[in-house]
Design a protein around this ligand. Sequence first.
Ligand code: SF4
Ligand code: SF4
Length: 179
Amino acid sequence: MALIPGLIKGLGVTGSTMMRTIFPGGVKKPIPSPVKGAETVQYPHEKEAPPTRARGVIALHEENCTACMLCARECPDWCIYIEGHKEKAPPRRAGGKPRQRNILDRFDIDYALCMFCGICVEVCPFEALFWSPEYEFSEPRIADLLHDMSRLSEWMETVPDFEDYEAGSQQKKLKVPPT
Ligand code: SF4
Ligand code: SF4
């Protein structure tokens, strides 16, 4: 029984919001105009500027990627596909042993599966993945939501400049590999 007053109050709030939306002019001008009264943005006629750190699309900084597979292993949706091969690299010091280097052949993200959790960006130890606030990449064909390495690299142009972390936040440790 204690629920009834809360229910009535809730219905009252919903009803008054609905009336404000349908009749934004109020009782003085009771002309229905829900588009004018709606709090929501009338996309695509109107566009909101997303905040700098919005999770729009993931961009790949190809040169920093070592094909370590960490992001693909941690992705809960298994929607990152990476292939690579090993190449011999010159030793770091004269007389040293030649090194092996991973070369990236394929890096795809399937945005039809991605849930934008950001785990891949967080776990990448080499600063190869970044969020871009760009969100307009819908496709009529679901298969076209698979972005390959070149498309993911193109998104880098839309990644905003780094802004200082807020006080008290945890900073990510940069580990860019030696070239
Ligand atoms: S944001 Fe999450 S779901 Fe999407 S690719 Fe990265 S780890 Fe996978
Ligand atoms: S975690 Fe980073 S460096 Fe490793 S494969 Fe993913 S993007 Fe490349």
